[in-house]
Design a protein around this ligand. Sequence first.
Ligand SMILES: [Zn+2]
Length: 394
Amino acid sequence: MYQIKHYNGVIKLLLLKTETKNPKIHNSLIHLITFNTWSVIMCAESSDDNVAEKVGLNRFEEIQVMVDSEFNVEEGFVYHGAPTFYIKHQADSKQAFLRLMNQLEPLELVPTMQQSEQKVVLQILPKPPTKPSNPLINIALFFATLATVFYSGYMISETLTDALLFTVAIIAILGTHEMGHKLLADKHEVDATYPYFIPGTPPIGTFGALIQQKEIPPNKDALFDIGFTGPVTGFVIAVIVTIIGAQISQVVPYDPTIPVESINDVYPLIYRWIFQVIPLNREGIILAHPVAYAGWVGMIVTMLNLVPSGMFDGGHVARSVIGAKAHKIVSYIGIALLALTGWWPMAILALFFSAAKHPGPLDDVSELTTSRKIGAMLLVVIFVVSFVPTGISI
Ligand SMILES: [Zn+2]
């Protein structure tokens, strides 16, 4: 969102690397599953006077009482119209921050907490207005995508039933991935839309799905949870779909006229493992069912989402686990990995979305819980077993 730096004895706000005197935040977060990103657009819109007007300078004392009730305040002052406090960060500060958020909610204000050298800076800003969503758009896009996925499924299927199964499989994988994000956003009271599915062309019939997240997560735990749950739920469904797809794949007697493709690098480890044990009757040639193809698509989507760069799901998780500085380095490692393994469009997109600084959570000081840090290892495992090192050949 912004960095806070000491400058000539006062605090200087840097917004998207551009110096500004306007600490009002305007943000729009978009998460796109195929491109797996939340884009963050922030700009300063209002003048100091506007901020002062919105926060209400006459409210400073009222706000100070609220902050005092939750934090050990060392110093309080108004900076560019925004009530600003140096506080002593304590074990309870993560919860105190959430309670302060609730107290400020009716005033349409939002707190931010940043580490600035030796100081922990708490600042109160106007809450950016959020535009209402129109669920009819979600519904219309959902049905349009059902149609395009069904058509794509029909192109690779022998029967309407197979096309229908393919459609259910693709929608289930994308839908559970997005709903994983959505449910955890709801749990942490972060305003987010329902999924928007994007119709596409064969062979898949969709460019993915996205949810729009309208608010910045309150703390690292929330940032982690929202980023973590989508890929995990999507991956679990992709594995189940692949197992079902393998199980219903036809096995025909060996026939030299049937072109056979060996299981190679185009298939992730987990996909190969499944096909090594299912179907049980392996006497002949396995004709992979369209549902298995849907599972493979789901694994690729999961893998790409988990690249730890920029605003990708893996990026959000990495940002919450290792902090801003290390995340910047890991972002570029992720981009290099994509480029070196042939995922050029994704690498370019990752580079684009890494250009903007990750906003981090509102409370960027309180630590992520240990269980979540351990949980991040699960994502590394999922990334490895879903990894396809030959993007260029797909
Ligand atoms: Zn996602």
